[in-house]
Ligand binder design. Structure first.
Ligand code: GTP
Ligand code: MG
Length: 293
């Protein structure tokens, strides 16, 4: 008997959804960062076992009010991921679970819900953890509540066993060797965006989109050309840095990140272009794959 399920990871920005997915897969597939709204698309990560396939969808964190069309599109990705979910994995920050924010959402969900209370490594009071677990069990009428630490890989196993139990009998949806259905170009563009999130402050990461314009695979090296789009000339100046120092540094760390993931030497060239207010522009959002054309 083979079991397969689509599992949608749902939660507020910064709850640790992407960190959790990486912990489950044992790979740095999706990007994570201390800044909120890191994930912008639905990204699938696949956990294959002998008799099961769990297809996780990492999603953008839910925001109450969107300020840009980009954020509308991100929330669209969340709703779309809920449509085909067999199980919803609600990822809450164990310290600030904000249960009330999800009562609306969960009422509309008609599949089993598993709740993870993440970041319990930051909570020293065991009673506090137990009280939150009890509150959450009651609020979502589910027995499946786990106190975990995605960062420290604590208690992840219990969630996986429960998800396998809840998974319907079904043949695998994807190749049983696959880690994701995303292409390498997209994953690489995300790794550059992750480095931008780490290296730049304030609005720069939020105003940035990365597109891989060329990807040549040679025997010993992958040659990649990426274009970084920003919203204003002033942002381009910041990304370049004095004498090009900032973009040079960005190139070095992005290349290392990509090499670690694909296990091969990489040549990376970066270009910066301005697309004025792209986050508010339907046509640009289509070009960048956030809206359907
Ligand atoms: N201490 C601690 N930090 C964690 C844990 N899980 C995630 N984090 C940190 O929380 C921050 C956010 O993690 P992400 O995985 O990017 O969160 P996310 O829910 O995917 O965020 P968005 O993509 O913005 O919606 C990062 O700095 C992580 O290192 C955890 O279990 N413990
Ligand atoms: Mg994320």
């Amino acid at each position: 008997m083979f079991k397969s399920a689509f599992i949608t990871i749902l939660g507020l920005p910064n709850a640790g959804k992407s960190t959790f997915l990486n912990a489950v897969l044992g790979e740095n597939l999706v990007i994570t960062n201390a800044k909120a709204q890191t994930t912008r698309h639905r990204i699938k990560g696949i956990l294959n076992g002998e008799n099961h396939q769990l297809v996780f969808s990492d999603t953008p964190g839910i925001i109450q009010e969107s300020a840009y069309k980009l954020q509308d599109a991100m929330m669209g990705a969340v709703h779309q991921s809920l449509e085909d979910a067999d199980v919803v994995l609600l990822m809450l920050d164990g310290q600030f679970p904000k249960v009330e924010l999800f009562e609306e959402y969960t009422k509309k969900i008609n599949c089993p819900i598993v709740v993870a209370l993440n970041k319990v490594d930051l909570i020293t009071d065991q009673n506090q953890i137990q009280e939150t677990v009890d509150t959450v069990k009651e609020a979502f009428s589910t027995e499946h509540v786990f106190a975990i630490s995605a960062l420290e890989n604590f208690n992840i196993g219990g969630i996986i066993s429960t998800l396998i139990e809840l998974a319907p009998e079904h043949p695998p949806f994807y190749d049983t060797e696959a880690l994701t259905d995303e292409n390498v170009r997209f994953l690489v563009s995300e790794m550059i965006r992750e480095t931008i999130l780490t290296q730049f402050k304030k609005e720069i990461p939020y105003s940035t989109e990365v597109v891989i314009t060329e990807y040549f695979e040679e025997e010993k090296i992958d040659k990649i050309h990426a274009t970084i789009f920003v919203e204003r000339d002033s942002q381009k100046v910041i990304l370049l840095g004095r004498g090009g120092a900032a973009i040079k540094n960005l190139g070095i760390y992005s290349r290392k990140r990509i090499e670690a993931f694909i296990g091969k030497q990489v040549f990376l060239a970066l270009t910066i272009k301005v697309r004025k207010d792209w986050r508010k522009d339907d046509q640009q959002l289509k070009n960048f794959g956030y809206l359907k054309s």
